[in-house]
Design a protein around this ligand. Structure first.
Ligand code: SF4
Length: 684
């Protein structure tokens, strides 16, 4: 606890950290609000998402059985790990079978939780984090300080100095330059890695599909390029159906990064099949328990509904002051999960005695619950942790997780608060005490009283109100009884009307217009033309960039004779495969089709499979996609019902060019994936 307090004081005294945290939280909250504004009834979606997650946790065994059966049928090797040691052992066994030396990782909180990097490095493996924020904190030898933005505590100057020291880049504060250097360095890691390790956002029981969302493209790289892909998945991250996945994907990116969809939503069904041009030859998923089954049987089970969006961290007034690195256990070891979610998950998974005190770092203001897309009652869970209820305790045998003096105070409060008359007397006594203290201190009394010595280094102790809440409430009730004529029904009616207006006007819009607008908001470029003009459009893009060589899908999946005519125009065509990946990686443009598009999010659906290499849309800096107007759908759930989404070895939803905001929340386009996305839509 002393370590926790001293970390808090250090964080509060760190002006750079304070400004970094403020900037992050304010922007995150704003973009989240904007993203939710595009949903017709977000509260209803939250309620549905809560029910889905509750159902999953209630019937976890059965959904896991379904998921395992389907994943096995698809050719994915499924492993189960009861704890961190078993999970590490499984990864080491796979690495040893492959004689692996280099591992490229995309961000996975489960791997942080089990200490995977350390364990692999101890066995002589080189492990490189490829998410820009994770890469930065790995170079600094630090854990991530936020579950979504790992380097949120750093300023551009810190990263500039780090890249100068570790990568030999002359000192710069230009975020674009730093991102470019990271791109170049990590590109070779993707190409050379023996194994790619990723997390899993959701596993779909009805199909065995793994869903991985990223913005930079590193998630696509590590799940596509190395010969072996290992996915680490907490057992609770199951969803029953594709409809449930559509629901969660409407909430997760909005809550995490304020996007309608992340740039890349990968849907991985199987390893590379014999006629696929690319993809890993082996795909493994490790289902990690590590204490989750025990949490499921406890009073903290609701915390398993969490989808790790990080919104509660951004909303929490305590996290916004102290940052993720201040959340430490009793032995000074950092809590993998910080903020409100971490203050429940860490005690639940790793022990009350070690992490129970974290739950006291909360004002219980309810902002975390309000921000949570699956409506987890975090304040209730925080109170349970404070009351000493962990995975091995029930309410009856819990020992309060509080020092003796605080425990006595809480008992006195319980005594007063459980009887209206005792509560009224206690309020009067408190008011009297406040008046005496004010008189004695002649001014601003509260900070000077020894009993409140812990207050004041970050915030003021509020002055007691002149009238108690109870008095004001009683007065207000009487007043409202007099004003009863102002019927709330009228106000409700007008609110309903306005939401109906929004809905009907949205329906009236044309799908093509919505899609092109959304794509352009994301930074993509849209053009509409008759099929016979596609060749000219493609050539114009290539000429602007002086490109004479492209990666492309097979001719069978592109408009008739297009590749032939491009060749006649002097363009060299390469079909990327797992075998020519090193040379393909230097080609600057890629040409693909698109099986469908989503108007509401401006996204494209690209199915992998024979003749449709996924790397054509991933490796080059410019991606040109050809779409047919008739293939534009309104929403995500329709796309996820396309049978081939479940049948293809892998599919991806692409929403704009690759991007990151990992350094100072500054948007930078073109990280690991293409920095330009051109959609040429053929009208019907
Ligand atoms: S508790 Fe809710 S808000 Fe916090 S990370 Fe989990 S899902 Fe997101």
């Amino acid at each position: 606890m002393a370590g926790f307090r001293s970390r808090i004081r250090a964080s509060l005294a760190d002006a750079n950290l304070q400004s970094a945290l403020d900037a992050n939280a304010e922007r995150r909250i704003k973009v989240r609000q904007n993203a939710f504004a595009s949903l017709v009834n977000p509260q209803e979606l939250r309620a549905r998402a809560h029910l889905v997650r509750a159902d999953v946790i209630e019937h976890l065994d059965s959904y896991l059985d379904q998921f395992i059966a389907h994943a096995n049928e698809n050719g994915v090797v499924v492993h189960r790990a009861a704890d961190a040691d078993q999970a590490i052992k499984i990864v080491l066994e796979i690495a040893s079978q492959q004689e692996a030396r280099l591992i490229a990782k995309s961000k996975t909180m489960v791997s942080e939780e089990i200490g995977l990097n350390h364990a692999l490095e101890n066995h002589g493996l080189q492990v490189i984090e490829t998410d820009l924020g994770e890469y930065i904190v790995q170079l600094r030898g630090e854990p991530p300080s936020h579950i979504i933005t790992p380097a949120v505590h750093l300023r551009r100057q810190d990263v500039g100095k780090l890249f100068e020291e570790k990568l030999g880049l002359p000192y710069t504060e230009d975020i674009g330059v730093m991102t470019n250097v990271a791109r170049r360095t990590l590109r070779q890691v993707f190409l050379d890695a023996d194994i790619g390790i990723s997390g899993v956002n959701f596993g779909v029981a009805e199909s065995g599909t793994l869903c991985v969302v990223t913005n930079e493209g590193n998630g696509r790289m590590v799940t596509t390029i190395p010969h072996v892909h290992i996915a680490l998945m907490g057992i609770e991250r199951i969803l029953p159906t594709m409809d449930d996945l559509a629901l969660m994907l409407s909430l997760l990116p909005r809550s995490a990064t304020g996007q309608k969809l992340s740039v890349y939503t990968s849907l991985l069904n199987s390893p590379r099949r014999s006629d696929d041009p690319d993809g890993p030859q082996q795909r493994h998923v490790i289902l990690v328990d590590n204490g989750r089954i025990a949490v499921r049987g406890s009073e903290l089970r609701e915390i398993l509904y969490c989808i790790r969006c990080g919104a509660c961290l951004n909303a929490c007034p305590v996290f916004r002051e102290i940052g993720g690195h201040a959340y430490v256990g009793r032995d000074g070891k950092g809590s993998t999960y910080p903020g409100p979610i971490g203050s429940v998950v860490s005690p639940a998974l790793f022990g009350q005695s070690e992490f129970g005190h974290l739950a006291r770092a909360s004002s219980l203001c309810g902002a975390c619950r309000e921000a949570c897309p699956v409506d987890i009652d975090l304040p209730k869970l925080l109170l349970r942790v404070r009351a000493g209820i962990g995975v091995s305790q029930t309410r009856n045998n819990a020992k309060p997780n509080a020092p003796a003096l605080l425990a006595m105070g809480l008992r006195l409060f319980t005594l007063a608060a459980t009887s209206p008359s005792r509560f009224a007397i206690a309020q009067r006594l408190a008011g009297l005490f406040g008046s005496i203290a004010t008189l004695l201190s002649k001014g601003d009394p509260w900070m000077r009283l020894p009993a409140f010595s812990g207050w004041g280094y970050s915030k003021d102790f509020p002055r007691p109100a002149a009238k108690s809440f109870r008095t004001r409430y009683n007065t207000q009730v009487n007043f409202e009884a007099d004003e009863h004529d102002q019927s709330p029904a009228n106000r409700d009616t007008s609110a309903t009307k306005s939401s109906n207006i929004d809905t009907s006007s949205q329906h009236a819009e044309n799908l093509l217009t919505i899609f092109s607008n959304e794509l352009e908001v994301l930074g993509g470029k849209f053009s509409l033309c008759p099929p016979e003009e596609v060749l000219q459009k493609v050539l114009e893009i290539l000429q602007v960039h002086a490109i004479d060589k492209i990666l492309a899908w097979d001719a069978a999946y592109l408009p008739d004779r297009l590749l032939e005519r491009l060749t006649e125009a002097g363009i060299q065509i390469i079909c990327p495969t797992g075998e020519n990946i090193q040379t393909s990686s230097h080609v600057r443009a890629g040409l693909s089709g698109a099986s469908a598009a989503i108007a509401e999010t401006g996204s494209l659906l690209l199915l992998g499979g024979p003749g449709r290499p996924l790397t054509a849309s991933l490796l080059p800096e410019i991606h040109i996609a050809l779409l047919s107007e008739k293939d534009i759908y309104k929403q995500l759930s329709q796309i996820l019902h396309i049978e081939d989404v479940k049948r293809a070895s892998a599919a991806v939803l692409v929403s704009g060019p690759s991007r990151t905001a990992d350094i100072e929340m500054t948007l930078t386009i073109g990280v690991h994936g293409p920095g330009e996305l051109h959609v040429i839509c053929m009208d019907d």
